[in-house]
Structures are given as C-alpha cells and as structure tokens.
Design a protein around this ligand. Structure first.
Ligand SMILES: Cc1cc2nc3c(=O)[nH]c(=O)nc-3n(C[C@H](O)[C@H](O)[C@H](O)COP(=O)(O)O)c2cc1C
Length: 175
C-alpha cells in the first residue's frame, strides 16, 4: 500500500514516531510544511501525526480540511503527547477532536512521547509553566495531580517503538 506519513512536531517526539512508522511500512515521510507542497493523489494511505496541545491534535485542521478529497484512501491519525499510554483521559480527548462522521473515516491512535523543555518554544514553555502553577495552587490535589506535578517538572522521554505496532497493523489490514 503506497503510504505517506506526515508529521507536525515541535520538539521531535512526533517526528521520531513518524520515522519509525515510515521505516517499518516502507512509506514516504514528510514534515507537514513539505507535504503541503506535494500531490498526495497517488497515495493509498495517508498517516498524519500531530502533538497533543491542550487536548487537541496540533494542525489537525489541515488534515480534516482535506479528508473529503481523500475518499477511498486509508486514513490514520496518531497523536503524540506527554501523558503515559494508560492515562484514562486519552481516549475521550482523542475522540473530541473528531465528529462521529469523521471517526468513521479515520483510524485514531495515541503514542506517548514525553517532554523536552530544551527544544520547546518560549511560548510553549510558558504555557507549561502556567499549567504547572495552576495544578500546584490547587488545595486538595488528587493523586493524579500530584503525579502530574512531579512528571511535568522536568524533561522526560517515554517514547517507544512498540507503540507504533497498532498503527502498522492498521496499515497492513486493508480495512
Ligand atoms: C502548550 C502545550 C500543551 C500540551 N498539552 C498536552 C496535552 O493536552 N496532553 C498531552 O499528553 N501532552 C500535552 N503536551 C505535551 C506534548 O504533546 C508532548 O511534549 C509531545 O511529546 C510533543 O511532541 P513533539 O516533540 O512532536 O513536539 C503539551 C505541550 C505543550 C507545550
């Protein structure tokens, strides 16, 4: 299946997953800015990876605005975030990025990435700082919030190639 993997990555985690997927699937791999200049009509499968930003998938609007032109193609979106795979909020957060109709056309996956404060833009670092400050200011913190404070206080990497397996399986099954 002729496949293209397109990614939007700020600090490198989504790019890493895109490259893992492309390598395993024998697919072409481009950053979103380069993919926009290309003709995608020859591809049978289009995979888009974007990082999680406040519960949304970054630059997903580009992908969604083209979905109507991509009828008959296999469509996959993967989201890379700082939350571990087992976080209960992942599934509802992923789904709220799509309408019911869109969810029938696209296969959606999550891959845990991590945090890289060294590569983050100043604005992103500021937003993370404010987010942390808000949780820290809470009076009766839940266990999840206490864990979150500890986790978000420094850079970490929980990415793993194994999380690409469901995506690769989805690409192999012809739906
Ligand atoms: C402003 C901001 C908001 C974020 N929101 C979320 C989020 O809602 N859920 C999550 O799991 N990670 C969130 N993250 C963490 C990033 O998604 C995570 O660091 C991801 O691995 C970045 O991917 P990248 O290296 O491809 O840019 C956020 C990061 C920033 C800077």
């Amino acid at each position: 299946m002729k496949t293209i993997v397109i990614y939007n990555s700020q600090t490198g985690f989504t790019k890493r997953y895109a490259q893992w997927i492309a390598q395993a699937a024998g697919a072409d791999c481009f950053a979103l800015s380069d993919a926009k200049k290309r003709n995608l009509s020859a591809y049978e499968a289009i995979v888009y990876g974007g990082w999680a930003c406040g519960g949304s998938i970054h630059k997903l609007s580009w992908f969604k605005s083209h979905m109507d032109q991509w009828t008959g193609k296999k469509l996959i979106v993967f989201c890379v975030g700082a939350s571990p795979m087992e976080s209960p909020e992942i599934e509802p957060a992923l789904k709220q990025n799509f309408s019911k109709e869109e969810l029938q056309k696209v296969n959606v996956f999550y891959c845990p990435g991590g945090l890289n404060y060294e590569k983050m833009s100043g604005l992103s670092a500021l937003m993370m700082k404010l987010f942390l400050k808000t949780i820290k200011a809470k009076k009766n913190k839940t266990e999840m919030e206490r864990n979150m404070i500890q986790m978000l206080s420094a850079s970490y990497d929980i990415s793993n190639k194994k999380y690409t397996e469901p995506i690769l399986q989805c690409l192999e099954n012809k739906m």
